[in-house]
Ligand binder design. Structure first.
Ligand SMILES: CCCCCCCCCC(=O)SCCNC(=O)CCNC(=O)[C@H](O)C(C)(C)COP(=O)(O)OP(=O)(O)OC[C@H]1O[C@@H](n2cnc3c(N)ncnc32)[C@H](O)[C@@H]1OP(=O)(O)O
Length: 197
């Protein structure tokens, strides 16, 4: 069956899924994760059009992050675009995989938009991996407004699929892949692909 015709994977883990395992060398709770790749739309410091999301490790396999909605992120006048909010959720959820030292890409991501999010709002994001089944990683996130304990404005459930680093080398545009592999700083080189050191 072609990938396009594959039935959607449920966002609810199967009964024989297992608990996620935090890697012993994962950053300590409270530590910033930093950008995994300078040009990443979600977190890259060198990406002028990006979201500049900053995530911190939490307990277990969890992260928190903040995203400030700018004028460039509008959909309707004065309100954040839903796709931009979904990108912030995707990035936050994606950063969980680093805590397990697993390379994974988003397979399925479902967002509920609960409240409108005005420009200048800080979205307080929290994400957690709940289960792992073979290559599938099940994670959920919420985004609150008005403070870290404020009302939920967005929430998402996702399934990430573990891949090998070859996924990026095979599919990415050559010039960026080569530049990332030529990065002299070993940690930055490894993190561009979120590869286990
Ligand atoms: C560098 C690190 C990034 C750091 C953070 C970044 C945050 C942002 C994250 C992203 O946005 S990643 C970019 C968006 N995602 C992609 O570009 C992925 C595009 N899709 C693919 O490349 C392939 O479809 C994919 C690698 C996901 C799966 O292809 P495979 O051929 O490897 O999967 P396969 O058919 O072997 O299926 C393996 C399992 O995954 C399941 N699966 C496959 N595709 C799925 C899918 N799309 N959704 C849900 N489940 C899926 C499939 O049912 C199966 O489950 P079972 O083990 O139960 O049989």
């Amino acid at each position: 069956m072609s990938a396009a015709n594959r039935p959607k994977t449920s966002l609810v883990p199967p009964d024989d899924a297992v608990a996620p395992v935090r890697h012993p060398e994962a950053p300590a709770p409270g530590a910033p994760l930093g950008a995994h790749y300078d040009q990443c739309f979600g977190c890259g410091e060198g990406q002028p059009h990006g979201l500049h999301l900053q995530a911190r490790a939490g307990d277990g396999v969890s992260v928190t992050a903040e995203f400030t909605v700018k004028a460039a992120h509008q959909g309707a006048p004065g309100l954040a675009h839903g796709g931009v909010l979904t990108s912030a959720l995707d990035e936050t959820l994606g950063s969980l995989n680093w805590l397990m030292h697993v390379i994974a890409v988003t397979g399925r991501l479902e967002t509920d938009f609960v409240r409108p999010v005005p420009v200048d709002t800080v979205l307080h994001l929290e994400a957690r991996t709940t289960a792992v089944h073979r290559r599938k990683i099940y994670s959920s996130a919420v985004g609150r407004i008005g403070g870290p304990d404020g009302p939920v404005a967005v929430r998402a459930d996702a399934v990430f699929i573990e891949v090998k680093v070859e996924h990026f080398i095979e599919h990415g545009r050559d010039e960026e892949i080569q530049a990332a592999m030529d990065e002299p700083d070993e940690v930055r080189r490894i993190r561009a692909f979120e590869v286990n050191p």
